[in-house]
Every structure is written in structure tokens, then in C-alpha cells.
Write a protein that binds this ligand. Structure first.
Ligand SMILES: [Fe+2]
Length: 417
């Protein structure tokens, strides 16, 4: 079998596996406008291959409208906040649609496809991996709002008692100033090694000497910020952030409930040594100011991460933990002296999501994939415990609006030298 076909099947089966513990009712509901039903994710990722890869007319013409996410050049679409109201097609019908798309794509690969089509299939697989992460964060938001705080993994034992390990002390890793390069060269025909268009072109940036924290901020450290009146002191907050926590009555990270925390394994004790997660950019920024530090820029982050490859023990989705892990006190840092660069939580940076110098979006509807969102969002780096290992790299730029909390987002500090 063609290597691309094998890879296609592997990614598609991983998506099906994520929906496996869920009932049809779980897959139907939508907890908020930002989150989508699992059923919609299952259908939309198939719609992507049908729209951008397969030749010929669509298998189900009405799905063109129902499962288009945001591609204006493709045509009109069903409104995002009302995705949970799509009780038809049924979950079984969506699963059959997935199988028909699989047959068509595999048949197409087998007949031999040009480099540009292969590149769009690879793009479709990375798109699908992005939705794998969203399936987990969206279902967490749904189950987290249920009075019983149920586990995502039905029938599994009660949430394991996470162990306190005594995280190693936070160290400041000195980083040099000067001209360095970040980003990737223009994508090559065939699409591998893969990068999204927003990661290129590779270009020079000027860094000032600075230091970056050796590990993520923990729940215990974040609790000290709360106990010190962090949420009641306007001098610690950006104006928009203060307005947001006042309007939303935020006084702790999402999913914290007193001394307990809601996880994809249900509710359990809050562990001080675990990385804090489900904080907004505003909360990350206020914490950093309280700690006498700041958030790293995405240029500083990438320059530091590029020296350190993904490690076998990094906690990405493949570990199956689906929650950030405590760092053992005796952990050795990677080659750059850094812990938890990949996985655990997406790290908010101080950088606005903007085009790199010389950025050109792809031609046609696929040019809408990343480029049109380069306004009013912040960059996050490094992947999370819900990100597939084969989906992350040093140059990867995730992006969300500053108030976003339902993703696995956390904090790494930096400071000027
Ligand atoms: Fe999508």
C-alpha cells in the first residue's frame, strides 16, 4: 500500500477512535458557539477531503452547506452556533459518509495522483489532526458543564489519583540576543515535510538578550497568584483583561472547583505540581506581571525550541493522558535546558498573530485556511496533551483570541536579561 494511503487510514482511524467512548447523544450536543459537536467534526473533516481533494460532484450535495466551516469562496454555510441543531444526518449516516469518502480517497490515491493533489491530501490529514484536538477540548467543555462531571472514557475506573512529584525549581535559561532566523522555507511540492502556509517564509528576526523559564507554571504557583489577590488587583491586568474577568466573574482557571479540578477522566483533586491549564491570554499575562516576568514572544520561543527536538517522554495526545502531567523533581531538561516545550499545554506568547514578512496565502479557497484570521488573535506554541505527536514542530503557530480558555492553554515565563 502507498505510504500516503497508509498514513491516511491511520489518521482517519485515530479520529474514529476518539469518538468511540461517546454515545450518539454525546456526539450531538453543542455546549457553546465556539465548540462543535463531535458529529459535526466527523462530518466536516470528511467534507474537507470531498471539497479540496476529490474530483467530481459531491456524494451528498446538502453536506456542502451543512459542513462547510468558514470557506466563503466555497459557498454559503450553516451558522456555527447552530451546529448542535443538525439532528439530521444521524451519527450513523455521518459514519457511513466517512467510509464512502475513505473509499473514494484511497481509490484516488491508488490510481496515482499528482504532487499537488498529494499535497492537498497531506493538508487534509493535518486539518483532521487539528480537529482531533478540538474533539477532545469540545467534549471536555460539554461534559464539564454536566452536573455529574462525567468521565470522557465511559466505564473507566474513577479518575486516577495524580501523584504530586514536587516539580523541579524554576530556572532561568539565558538566551542570547542578536539576529536569528525563524519559520520554514516555502512549502515544497508534495507537501512534505509538512508546514502550514502561516509558518513561512523563513526570515530574520532581532532578539534582545533574555531568559526563558525552564518549565511551565504550575497550579500551585498559580494558586499563590490567586491567594495574593491576583484577580482583584487591576494594576496586574490589561484593560481588556480586567473588563473580561469583571464581566465574566472569572476568579480562577476554567475547570477549577475549589480544591478539585475537572479533567477528561472526571473530577479529582487539584495537584499543585501539575502545569496550570485552561487560562486565557489575559490570565497568563496578569500572572506573568505578578511574578515580575513577562510572556515570551513567539520569536524567542521558536529560537529556544528549535535547539530541542521532541522527546519520547513529551506528553502529547499519543500518551493518552489527555491532561498535563507533573514534572518529576529529578527531570533533566532537554538539550536546550527546557522542560515541557512540546505537549502538556499550548504556551501563550506575547505575539500577535500576524503574517511573516513576505507571507503569501495559497491561491483559491484554501488561501482562507490561515491568512484571513491574522487579526485580533495571539500566537500559542508547542502543542498540548491533546495534540497528536506527528502534528507538532518548533515552527507551528497556533492562534486564538485573548479570552480563549477552553483549549489546553498554559504559561511559560520569560524576562529581559
Ligand atoms: Fe476545519
Amino acid at each position: 500500500m502507498d505510504g500516503l494511503a497508509r498514513r491516511y487510514l491511520e489518521v482517519r482511524r485515530q479520529t474514529d477512535g476518539l469518538a468511540e467512548p461517546l454515545s450518539a447523544e454525546d456526539c450531538q450536543a453543542q455546549s457553546m458557539p465556539d465548540a462543535s459537536p463531535t458529529k459535526w467534526h466527523l462530518a466536516h473533516t470528511s467534507w474537507f477531503f470531498e471539497t479540496f481533494v476529490l474530483p467530481g460532484p459531491p456524494l451528498e450535495p446538502s453536506f456542502q452547506y451543512l459542513f462547510n466551516s468558514y470557506y466563503d469562496a466555497v459557498g454559503p454555510r450553516h451558522p456555527r452556533p447552530a451546529r448542535g441543531l443538525l439532528t439530521r444526518p444521524s451519527l450513523d449516516e455521518v459514519r457511513r459518509y466517512r467510509r464512502r469518502i475513505d473509499e473514494a480517497v484511497l481509490d484516488y490515491i491508488e490510481r496515482g495522483v499528482e504532487a499537488d493533489v498529494r499535497a492537498r491530501i497531506v493538508l487534509g490529514l493535518h486539518h483532521e489532526q487539528q480537529h482531533q484536538e478540538l474533539i477532545l477540548t469540545d467534549i471536555k467543555h460539554l461534559l464539564g458543564g454536566h452536573p455529574d462531571a462525567p468521565s470522557y472514557r465511559r466505564g473507566s475506573a474513577p479518575a486516577p489519583r495524580a501523584r504530586a512529584t514536587g516539580a523541579p525549581p524554576l530556572e532561568w535559561i539565558a538566551r542570547p540576543g542578536g539576529i536569528t532566523e525563524i519559520g520554514v522555507a516555502e512549502p515544497v511540492a508534495g507537501g512534505e515535510p509538512f508546514a502550514f502556509d502561516n509558518e513561512s517564509p523563513r526570515h530574520q528576526v532581532l532578539l534582545r538578550p533574555h531568559a526563558i523559564a525552564s518549565r511551565l507554571v504550575t497550579c500551585g504557583e498559580y494558586r499563590a497568584f490567586i491567594d495574593d489577590g491576583g484577580y482583584r488587583r487591576p494594576e496586574l491586568w490589561l484593560s481588556d483583561g480586567w473588563a473580561e474577568i469583571t464581566a465574566q466573574h472569572h476568579d480562577r482557571p476554567m475547570y477549577w472547583r475549589g480544591q478539585t479540578i475537572f479533567t477528561l477522566d472526571g473530577e479529582r483533586a487539584l495537584i499543585d505540581d501539575e502545569p496550570v491549564t485552561h487560562v486565557s491570554f489575559y490570565e497568563a499575562d496578569a500572572f506573568a506581571r505578578w511574578a515580575g516576568a513577562r510572556l515570551p514572544t513567539e520569536m524567542e520561543w521558536e529560537a529556544a525550541a528549535a535547539a530541542q527536538p521532541i522527546a519520547a517522554h513529551d506528553n502529547l495526545a499519543d500518551s493518552g493522558a489527555f491532561h498535563p502531567r507533573s514534572l518529576p523533581a529529578d527531570s533533566a531538561g532537554g538539550s536546550a535546558g527546557l522542560h515541557q516545550i512540546y505537549g502538556d499545554v499550548w504556551e501563550w506568547t506575547a505575539s500577535a498573530y500576524a503574517p511573516y514578512p513576505g507571507y503569501r496565502p495559497a491561491a483559491g479557497a484554501l488561501g482562507e485556511y490561515n491568512g484571513k484570521f491574522m487579526c485580533n488573535q495571539l500566537v500559542l506554541r508547542g502543542g498540548s496533551c491533546a495534540t497528536p505527536r506527528s502534528h507538532i514542530r518548533a515552527s507551528y503557530r497556533n492562534f486564538f483570541p485573548a479570552g480563549t480558555r477552553w483549549q489546553f492553554s498554559g504559561i511559560r515565563l520569560a524576562r529581559d536579561a
